[in-house]
Design a protein around this ligand. Sequence first.
Ligand code: BGC
Length: 741
Amino acid sequence: MKPYVLLLSAALAACCHSPKQGRPVYLDLSKPVEERVEDALSRMTLEEKVAMTHAQSKFSSAGVPRLGIPEIWHTDGPHGIRPEVLWDDWNQAGWTNDSCTAFPALSCLGATWDRELALAYGRSIGEEARYRKKDVLLGPGVNITRTPLNGRTFEYLGEDPYLSGQLVVPYVKGVQENGVAACVKHFAVNNQETRRTETNSIVDDRTLYEIYLPAFKAAVQEGGAWAIMGSYNLYNGQFNCHNKRLLCDILKDEWGFDGVVVSDWGGCRDDDEAVTNGLDIEMGTWTDGLRGAASNGYDQYHLANPYLERLRDGRATEDVLDDKVRRILRLSFRTNMSPEPHYGLFCTPEHTDVARRIAAAGTVLLKNDGVLPLAVPDGGRILLVGENAIKKMVVGGGSSSLKTRYEITPLEGLREALPGVDIAFERGYIGNIGTSYNNVSTGEDLSESRSADRLVADAVAAVETADVVVFVGGLNKSGFQDNEGTDRQQLDLPYGQEGVIRALAAVGKPLVVVNISGSPVSMPWADVADAIVQGWYGGSESGRALADVLTGAVNPSGKLPFTVPCSLEDGPLKTERQYPGIRVEGEQWWQEYYDEGVFVGYRWYDTRGIAPQFAFGHGLSYTDFAYGDVTLSRKELRKGQTLTAKVRVTNTGDRDGAEVVQLYVADPEASVARPAKELKGFEKVFLKAGESRDVTFTLDESALSWFDAGRHAWTAEPGEFRILVGSASDDIRSEASFNLR
Ligand code: BGC
């Protein structure tokens, strides 16, 4: 044999794909993931490793083609699977097979207070992601509602860390059952859109650990999330996509996270920190971070050529790179190279059903003087007024915008549900007539030539012949409403809707107001409405789900996941330094001080004794629930023991229904200022008319603790504790106390 042939066969024998050596370990699905990771890593060149750590297109990062390791495909998230976009452009690619099931916005899921529905949501969206060959779903979001004005409140699970944590865990598990990673976002203290890429959040440790971190921690430790997205803002002076404290010290060291940290799109801002501070994959809004838009300039990313240069000249070491690549390989072996075959499902009747059930279960009946459920006989007439009765909402709002096969509007839903009733429509006001986002259009034409006064006059005139008026208004997903990148500018309803509501009420017919929004709106007009319903961006089945609740086909059981304040002035954010932040001499970025500490949402209102318009946890039903006395399994609790609280709940009405039984803990003797009460348990119980059930909660010291920053530890102080059980944070039905020894 000629020498070069010998050499060649020797090289081939050493190569990973030599048939003589069998299947390389990294391709051997029966081998433990960690063995596969080490094997793949050992075969990779420096260039191949670096290529994995940054985007190669708007939504993908490189695999290792030579080794057959696939690219990683990311997708928004969190309410459905985003349409395919062009390789290097945000506009949709124009595929005809990517219209998904749109699930309700996460604020609606928050309002269900239902862990099983959160699991069903995660499973279904995970199936859709897998079918569309996506490996990382960019969601769910668990940022806390600190200000009701935050433009992205609709993408989050509300104001309470416990509620958010309880719902994010099943969502994450459901997604990941499909071999798709949930990428929980936006880590962390990212609670507003105003100047989101130039604001430094200054938060004390107690507040960080008690309010802003628990849902992320639950997602990681209980949900087993495989990915986390860093947020755009800074925390303690460092950008969060490469924030050493958040990513290295807390997420990876303290919580033991073994997954991948993905930057928010364009959130990576520094060559050195990108390497050293815990970021694993850099994804970008523009092709060069936030700074510019070179066409296909992915090599310019912080973790691309600049990183390679650092590695080559010794400013960066390969062990740090290897840690990133190990995590990325682990992600692949959990998703697109997982031993379990996953094929996914897309737009199934089951997904439609899940979307409708969640949208209905999250709908909150805020007030009802008896006009609901609608009891209009066949031949009767309902007048629907308001733009949100006809506006499709799935398109818009920023990165969560979707392309869906269909979306049922409230008008369509009600007409379908009540075929014998004449459902008339009047616009009432003009809000936003936009119907497209990134080249996806709803196909609607919302143009309107009548003046604002004419619209009100026409609506009022139409009331005369109606049995009932249903106003369907609220916010939408355009700029400065429920929308990424901007915060709302007012708590009130926009577009003159208050005037329309008052004009309709003045006619004297029964009036139902449906507020469709993803965040709280003030309701100074609440007294003039006979019933008020909080609806959400309900996704594909939105209008049907709303009709289910209005007609009584579904008995409402949603509860507010956030406080609806009477006014901004009542809330905890009093100063500009708290929100939206201020300029401080000598500081490059806007500074925002979380001076209110742990007093966020009901923790503020209840402690200060300020009555909101509607409280956290509030939500009515078409039936009534009676609570018995709460009994505790012990009067004294010692460290390490658990305590159960039991309460009997009875459906005393004549309709089947569900109640969310809420348990709050109060620590009246604490050595630090603690909220008047904190949610530490809830159960959603379905009770037939007349049925009773004992609801039991088990608590341990963790439910009693506050975070002692000095000791960097959770502390439960001996003394008296109170257990408050009720139907809302302002509707406690029974209490009991015990002593911690
Ligand atoms: C958003 C993320 C989103 C990403 C990709 C960013 O602007 O903040 O939530 O996942 O874009 O679309």
